[in-house]
Structures are given as C-alpha cells and as structure tokens.
Design a protein around this ligand. Sequence first.
Ligand SMILES: Cc1cc2nc3c(=O)[nH]c(=O)nc-3n(C[C@H](O)[C@H](O)[C@H](O)COP(=O)(O)OP(=O)(O)OC[C@H]3O[C@@H](n4cnc5c(N)ncnc54)[C@H](O)[C@@H]3O)c2cc1C
Length: 501
Amino acid sequence: MESVLEHRYSFLTPPPPVAESDITETVEVDIVVAGAGLAGLVAALRASELGASVAVLEKTKSWNVRGGHISAVNSRLWREAGVVNDKKEFVRQWIALCGNRAREEIVWLYANNSEEAINWLLDHSEAHGNTPRLGAPRYVGPTYTEMYGALLFKIQNTGRHLYEDAVKLGARYYFETPAKQLEKENGRVVAVIGKGPNGYIRFRAKKGVILATGDIHGDKEMLAAYCPIFLKVKNSQYTPVGANTGDGHKMGLWAGGMMEDKPLPTIMHPQGYNRLQSFFLFVNTRGERFMNEDTWCQAKSLNVLKQPGNVDYAFAIMDADWREQLIQGMPYSGGLFNDNSLSVYGEPFTGEREQGFLEMGLKNGTVQQADTIEELAEKIGVPPHRLRETVDTYNEMVEKKDDTQFGKRAELLFPIKKPPFYASKFGPAMLAVVGGLITDTRLRVLDKEYRPIPGLYAAGNVAGGLYGVDYPTLIPGNSHGRALTWGYLAARFAIEDGEEA
Ligand SMILES: Cc1cc2nc3c(=O)[nH]c(=O)nc-3n(C[C@H](O)[C@H](O)[C@H](O)COP(=O)(O)OP(=O)(O)OC[C@H]3O[C@@H](n4cnc5c(N)ncnc54)[C@H](O)[C@@H]3O)c2cc1C
C-alpha cells in the first residue's frame, strides 16, 4: 500500500491530459489491451475468440516473449504422463514460501484456473505443430521439494501463433504505440491514449481495458520505491531491453489503483556471469563460505547479494571430478540452475550443457582454472590463504560426511582435492519484478477502498497478489503460467463485466 512518503516519487504524479487537438485518430473496440507480451498476446486471442473486437497497443516494434517454461498446477500433458498435483498442497506450500504475503484468493485463482488456461494454449500450440516437452527441473530438498508441471515450449513459435491467430480473428495490433494514459468517464475507464508514430490515438474500450505492459524493472525510480534490491543487480536479461518501465502500474495508480505491499517480489536467477554453480562450494570475494549451497535458485541469488565488497557475484569452487559429482548429486538436488534448466523429464542428466558452460567460461573469463588452490585464488582475486583455509575446512567436513558449518546434505558433499581446480563466477540476473497492482479475483484493479475500478483489468506482471517476498519455483515456469492464466481470464472477465455494465 502507498506510504505517506511516496509523494516524493515523480511517477506518482499523473501527466496532464493530452489535448483534444493532439488526438489524430479514434479507434473504437470492445477490448483494449496495453502490451503484447505473453499476457497481452493471450488476452487478445482469447477475447477475439469470445467474439470481441480487440485493439492491442505495443510499445516496441513487435510482440515479445522469452524463456521457455510455462507451467500450470496441472495440465493435460502431465496427466498423460501420470503426474497430478494436489491443488491444496500446492496452495499451502505456495503461501508458506511467500511468507504469507500472497493474497490467498489470488493463489487459488491461479490454482483453480491455470490448468484450463494451459490446456487452451496446448490446443493452439498443437494445431501449429508446437508440442512442448515435459520440463524436468525441480529441486528435491529435504524440507522443500518442487513439483513437476513445467512445459518447455518453443516460445518464439508460441508468441507468433498467438499473434497470428488473433489477427486472423480480426484483432488489430498497433506497434510502436505505447499506452500513455487512461481516460475515465463517470468513474469507469473507457479509453487508452496511445502515442503512435503519427500522433496520439484514442482507443475507446466499450467493455474493458487490460493492462499487460509487463514489469517495472526498467524504471530505476520505481525500483527504488518498490524493490531496491534489484538496483544491486548488474545483469539484466530482459528483452525487449528498456521497454518495461512500469507504465501499466503507473496508469493504474493514476486511475486510483493501489500497489501491493513492498518490497515487491523479484525473479533473479543465478544466470548472471556463468551459469555453472549448482551445489558446489561457494565463496565470496573474501574467500569465505557463506551459505548452504544445497538450495533452490532464488536463494542463491539472494545470498550472493548479501556478501561484502559491493559486488553481485561469488565463486563456485570445483575440482577435476566436478562433472561426475554433478551427475551423482543431481537426483538429490535438481531444479532450475542446479541442472541446466532445459533438461527433459525422463531423459538422463549428463552434464553436457554444464561442460559447455565451463568451456565457454574458460574462454570469456567467467571460469578460471589452476593446478593449486592458491593459484586459483590469485586468478579470481581472493586472499590465497583464506581460500586454502576454506577449502581445507570443507574437505574435512566432506570426509566426515557432516557439514557442521552450513548443514549441506552428505549426498552433496564432494571433496575438492584433485587438480585442476576451477572457480566459476556466478551471480543473479534480473529477470522481472513480479508484483504490482492489487486486483480482485476478476482481475479488476482495486481502488484504495478495495472497490473495483470499472473497466480496468491487470494481467501478467502488472498484477499483484500472487507472490510475496519472493518468486517460488514450486512449479518452475509460473511467471509465464500467471501471464497465460491472467490473460486468458481477464479477456473473459472484461467481456462479461462489460456486457453487464
Ligand atoms: C531471459 C528470461 C527468461 C525467462 N524465462 C522464463 C521462463 O522460462 N518461465 C517463466 O515463467 N518466466 C520466465 N521469465 C519471466 C517472464 O518472461 C515474464 O515474467 C513474463 O513473460 C511476463 O509477461 P508479461 O506479459 O506480464 O510481460 P512482458 O512479457 O514483459 O510483456 C510486456 C509487454 O508490454 C510492452 N509495453 C511496455 N510498456 C508498454 C506501454 N506503455 N504500452 C504498450 N506496450 C508496453 C513491452 O514492450 C512488452 O512487449 C524469463 C525472463 C527473462 C528475462
């Protein structure tokens, strides 16, 4: 919720309305979608299928998708493979992982609707010959075990056919036309003003406006306001670079909406610098161990950011047998960025991609190799005597199969004795901020009195409530899963509510 101090942030002040004389064109449709990422693409196609006329405003030259995993709590394909998740168990674990800060009704909205949404996507994908594979990554820790449910899509194909299918049904896409402002009449959001290449366009929405403009990570002031930890992360892997500046969040706030409590949750996976790190010994720039490496991907990123030296990286230390150790330990760990993240259910883990990460790292300097620990320390700029001590202490605990320092499971303790030794530099990459405007379970943006703002919906990363302090990978691919499910639902909700209005 807004703090009294937030008046100092410039983005909270709405811009002056665009002068009537500057509006060069008016487009009138049932549904206006702002943003053509996954949430917007899905919303546009679904609304078109349901018989609505649709206009989509997109800031960049094209629609945009990235990554690969899309998940749902259950799906047709996973059921065929014999895997069915218990929704109640999923929700219970999710809420605990989110520190009780997720909105429970929103978590249930996801649990109850993600299967229908992904089956709908599967129907479309299969019609285009794009059948996803079952994604294998899931972390299997002693107290926290992830669930199967990720589907590995050729996601650029997915983006293309969502776009083309919608266009076939009459949806009109306006590229290089950022949404700038919302217009309200009698409390209802009735239009979006977009700035096209030839001037301002008024997009009137008879039934509803769906904000799907992605996250806030491209606006440093918004990051400072809502999630300052992201300002520490130097690597961003978001595409399109610079496009996501929280425009939907801002327009929602100007229309009377409110943000969920901060700090907002972030996706930051250990894919900055080199991806090779897994469960090996981690040391900071002082050569000190700082965590139990036997954990899931977000935890590693967050712990690296707590280290001294104002850096956003640490080092994974390995010996010559690292690849065999990785294969041996994988059944006890797993999960995104413990293995290579692209592994497929039922296929054996070979460490081949990790070998590629190592070789690439040796070429680009993110992996160093040496015949002694001291020489390795010199190469990565940490005090040699300290790294020697850390490795010796670690080896003693490996021998006793008892990590008295940080409690790593014995199955993941491997000696660091056989040269050559390797140090892989790893750290978090900024993927997305997954928090935003508070909505109800019809994805209507709520005002400060928790009343829906008529005509205004939030989908994907514009919407808040699903996550809490963190981004759980309980089923990897759930950020896409949320974008898909929210886009799918928002289209129907906006049409139904618009018909009643
Ligand atoms: C490298 C990488 C890999 C990832 N892999 C995965 C994965 O495998 N699984 C997963 O679940 N998540 C993954 N994510 C996260 C995921 O991609 C996003 O969280 C998710 O796609 C968000 O979808 P969205 O539709 O809300 O936003 P986006 O996909 O960011 O789309 C927002 C769109 O709105 C446009 N836009 C912005 N402002 C305006 C405006 N004012 N007017 C009009 N248009 C505007 C943008 O140009 C963009 O096209 C990954 C992220 C990265 C960076």
